[in-house]
Design a protein around this ligand. Sequence first.
Ligand SMILES: Nc1ncnc2c1ncn2[C@@H]1O[C@H](COP(=O)(O)OP(=O)(O)OP(=O)(O)O)[C@@H](O)[C@H]1O
Length: 349
Amino acid sequence: MPADPGSHGAHAARPDEVPAAANAPTRESAAGRVPQRLAQAALKDLPWEVGVAKPDPAIVVDKVTRTFGGLTAVSVDHLEVQRGGITGLIGPNGAGKTTLFNLLTGFDQPNTGTWSFDGRDLGRLSPHQVARLGVVRTFQLTKALSRLTVLQNMLLGAQGQRGESFLRALVPGGWRAQEKENTERAMDLLRRFKLDAKKDDFAGILSGGQRKLLEMARALMSDPKVVMLDEPMAGVNPALTQSLLGHVKDLREEGMTVIFVEHDMDVVRDISDWVVVMAAGKIIAEGPPESISQNKAVVDAYLGAHHDAPLTVEEEDRVLAEAEAEVARELHGGQPGTDVISDGPGGRR
Ligand SMILES: Nc1ncnc2c1ncn2[C@@H]1O[C@H](COP(=O)(O)OP(=O)(O)OP(=O)(O)O)[C@@H](O)[C@H]1O
């Protein structure tokens, strides 16, 4: 669903709203304030400026660029993500959101730039090294993963995120102990996300909402500190939307830093403490949710992205290249990191 920076939805966040965390008790901090209030208080007086310094940044991005051929997919000068808050990353199609996610989590490497988590440089680390430091992302359930059971998906999540190796499997007893621990953790998470009864079902037969729950549960297998959610509400029917939103808010209540990409502006308004807007690879606006719909650069970017004029030759080439990449991804089983069009320094082929 196309983002609509101008609409006002039924779930609009109230500044004083305390989330009814659906599946976990709301934890109070020492100061007696819930994490949502702490995050919002920390961000309250900041200027609504691109690149603005945050009081306690978990992630800091500096001069990160990523090009594909002649196209600059990401060109972020400076971005700080506040610890313990929920940051929404929005922007029209092709803005560079997914590419930025891939860069921050080690699934792609930039042409230039640095980024860090808790002051630690994440450049050149592999996805499982990044995950071991506590930064993980969700992936949409691909065709290949759909053919595995729900529990197998969870265990694969542990493997992919923690970087369990073949060598480890050869250590006598070590593998079995690890597998038992992983299975217990997987079942705990499946219970929390109400998917335990489905553990032996193929992931492919889950509803859209249940898939999203599984993607989130799988990302939590490595006990992360920063969770990056890729369109957590896409394809979810309204009955499950509130439950999913509750789960995202729970992550913040548990002290995690959440960054999510989402096209649905009602969802963005409901759960974000802060919103970052990208267009054509750059960050064009930052601020609390209420600041975004009035921002002229944001409105222009969305209107520009949805114009009906015929495509230019360059745009047509880009659309064709995207379609080809999509087909190639399908042929490679849809696994992350198998994109074929990639001429950057660390591009995966
Ligand atoms: N592997 C790749 N090879 C070539 N071009 C790519 C590749 N990955 C991304 N791009 C291009 O980079 C630009 C940014 O894409 P990206 O998927 O990051 O945007 P997005 O904001 O996530 O879009 P959407 O909301 O549609 O998912 C697009 O023009 C896309 O075609």
